[in-house]
Design a protein around this ligand. Sequence first.
Ligand code: SF4
Ligand code: SF4
Ligand code: SF4
Length: 357
Amino acid sequence: MDREWSEKNKAIRALLSKAASFEAGMDALVQFRAEMLGQIDHIMKDYPEDAFYQMPFPGAKGYHSKTLAYSVWHIFRIEDIVAHEMIAGDRQVLFSQGFDASVRSPIVTTGNELSGDALVEFSRALDIAQLHRYARAVAESTDRLLKDLKYPDLRRKFGEETRTRLQDSGCVSDDESACWLIDYWCGKDVRGLIGMPFSRHWIMHIEAMNRIKNRLCKMARRGVDPVACCGLSCRHCFLAEWCGSCRTSYNVCAFAACSPDGACPNAKCCREKGIDGCYECDELEVCEKGFYTPTNDGASAARAQSLYIRAHGKRAFLAMQDRLHERYDFAKTQEILGQDVAEGLRIMEAMGSETGK
Ligand code: SF4
Ligand code: SF4
Ligand code: SF4
C-alpha cells in the first residue's frame, strides 16, 4: 500500500480512537478523502471512454485485475450501501438522486459477483460522466454523515434488523463472491466501517486504478512516435504514468487537459498546418501558443528542444535525452535547460556531441 497514504490512514485511526482527538480525526479523514477523490477526478475527467472498460491485467490476483469503471462503481456502491442502509438508515444516493437510471448500470449491486467478459460488458454499459457524478454525490453525502457523528457513535453495532434491511435492499448479490459482504459489514461497529469502506477500501482500489491507468498509458504509447509535437520527449516525461502522449487519445498533458476542447494548442496547430511537430514550423522562434506561452516556465526549454530536433532529427534528440537523463537527476527539462533558449541549445549540443548525435 502507498506508504504516505498508509501512514495518513494510521494517524487518522489513532486520532479517532480517543474522545479528545475525535473531531480532529474526523476533519483529517474528510480531508484525506478529498485528496483521494482528487485522484479519482483526474482519472474520470481526462481519459477516453474506452479506458474505462479495458482490463489490462486480466486474471491477475488483486484489485488491478478489474476495470477503471468497475473500480469506481464498486468503491461508491459499497460506501452508499453501508452509509445509508446501515449507519443513517435512509435511502441510498443511487436511488434518491436518480443515478440508478442515469448511470445506466445493468446492476445495483456492488459488482463483486462480476468477472471476465461480464465485468467488461458491465463497464462498457456505464455512462462514465454520470458515474463520476454519482461517485462525487456519494462522497459528499458520506462526508456530511461523518461530520455529524459523535465519538460514542463509533461503538454502535448492527443487529438482525440491519442484516434483513441489507438483504431486502437487493444490493448485495447472492453469489458466493459477494454474499459474505453482509456478514462482514454486520460484524463491525461504526468505527470498523469507517476504517474499511470509507477509507482503506478507497486506498486499495485507487492504487489499483493507478496501476490500471499506468498500464493503459504505456499500452497507448506503444508504437507511437515518442516525440511530442512541441518538442518534448514522451519517452522521458515525468508524467508518463499519467499521460499516453499527445499523439493518442490518452493525452492528459496539462496543456490538453486545460484547453476547453481537451486538445493541446500545439498539437492542434500542428495538425491544422499538416506538419509533424513545431520543429517543422517556420514560426517556431516567435510562437507563443500552448507550451510556448511566455508565462510557462518550460517554454524556453521546449523551444530549444524543438530547435534541436530541427537541426539533428528525432533519433539524435532521443539519444541526447537518454544521455541527459543518465547524467542528471531531474523531472522537468527546464530544470536542466534553464530559461534561455540559446543556453538550453548549447547544453543539448554539448550532450549530443557525447552521443555522436
Ligand atoms: S504541450 Fe501539447 S504538444 Fe506539448 S507535450 Fe503537452 S500535449 Fe504534447
Ligand atoms: S505530458 Fe506531454 S511529453 Fe509528457 S507524455 Fe504527455 S504528451 Fe508526452
Ligand atoms: S505556430 Fe506555434 S504551435 Fe503552431 S505549429 Fe508553429 S510553432 Fe507549433
